[in-house]
Design a protein around this ligand. Sequence first.
Ligand SMILES: [Fe+2]
Length: 450
Amino acid sequence: MSYPDARGNPCGSSTRAALAAAEQALWRMMSFYDAPLADLDAAGAADPGWALPHTMKAGFLLSLTEPALLGDAADEIALAEAASAHAPARERAHLQAVQHVFDGRWTAACRVWDELLLEHPRDALALQWAQLWDFYRGDAVNLRQRPARALPDWDEADPLHPHVLALYAFGLEECNLHAQAEDVGRRALAADARVPWAVHAVTHVMEMQGRFEDGAAWLRQHQSAWAEGNGFAGHLWWHKALFRLEALDVAGALRLLDAHLSGPALQLTLHRVDAAALLWRLHLMGEDVSAQATALLAGWGPDAAGAGHYAFNDLHIVLALLCAGQVAAAEAWVARCAQRALGAEEARRSNHPVAREVGLPVLRGLLAFARGDADGAVDLLYPQRSGAQRLGGSHAQRDLLDQTLLAAAAAGGRRALGRALLNERSMAKPVTPLTRHWIDRLALPARERA
Ligand SMILES: [Fe+2]
């Protein structure tokens, strides 16, 4: 027997307390205000026969991209399977998608959520999770189109409607539709100020447009909504640090790193990835960040079981190792990634072809750069540039590959490539102090410094 949830979707529980707790968990997943685990436990306690809270818990744990959480996720999937005999088809589809995620079949999971959304466009959980794994797969088109396919079917009075607008805003931004993205993000925040994903989408627009002062002001304006008690705070501090770097305020970026992207602030791989990305940018700019990188690795440490789980994370671990001057450890990590990416046993995982075709050449390019072979680094990195979105993450996150190419071009003999990349950069956004830094490093003629 099934009952409707808050927005009319068929639901496997009729226990009011369980439904309310699951709805609260859903809001937490979309807003990042605290983890949803306690609410999901409360939903499970209120209706022990309901499979969905277990499915949601498994999906949440998997969303953190931590290999160490796979065991806990498997336990929750088993509990959901045991309870799902009488679950409605919508909830069984969620379980199937989460099982695909557990198996590393992220594309298959998104396909299941896509099917589900055709039938139930107001399934916020499907929209949220599909966007997350579209993001992890670098599928910009679906980041934009999937929420667009559902939004007209939503009631604007629904408390989660601004969160769905935020999904759409981010998708628009990743498709380079900046003006639309900013408009939709601002609409979401006008409806509900506590939508950090919308703050984030507009932040990305400002990043892509080189509006580093606007971006810092924007984050400051909304800081009360994202900086306290929010799981997304670390990433937004990272964005704030990027704006400082764009202004060539290295000291300001380091202050933000020390205050918000180090020590106890680094609880999850997602946080450590941001710290590593910032350290790498500083390293490329000539800063000695080996002490901070060593501290980062003390809590992250190369763990053989984790190598090759997700190419995007592997990239960032290697960046941290190289910032720390641990080139041999980085080589060992890449060797373990290669073993997994070139083996046949994981061929069904979505990460497998990405790691083999994009991840490995990029990692090897970084190793070449660290060994002082700047031209070799360019030869490995540049061909991957046009397909690098397959690694996942955002344009802003992957910009560190472009900055690595600029550093390699400046250090080696590929000045023409450096010049071309700077041309492209200055066509995309005004010449910022950071761009000027790269023009100087490449010793380009004065006319290009305007
Ligand atoms: Fe971001």
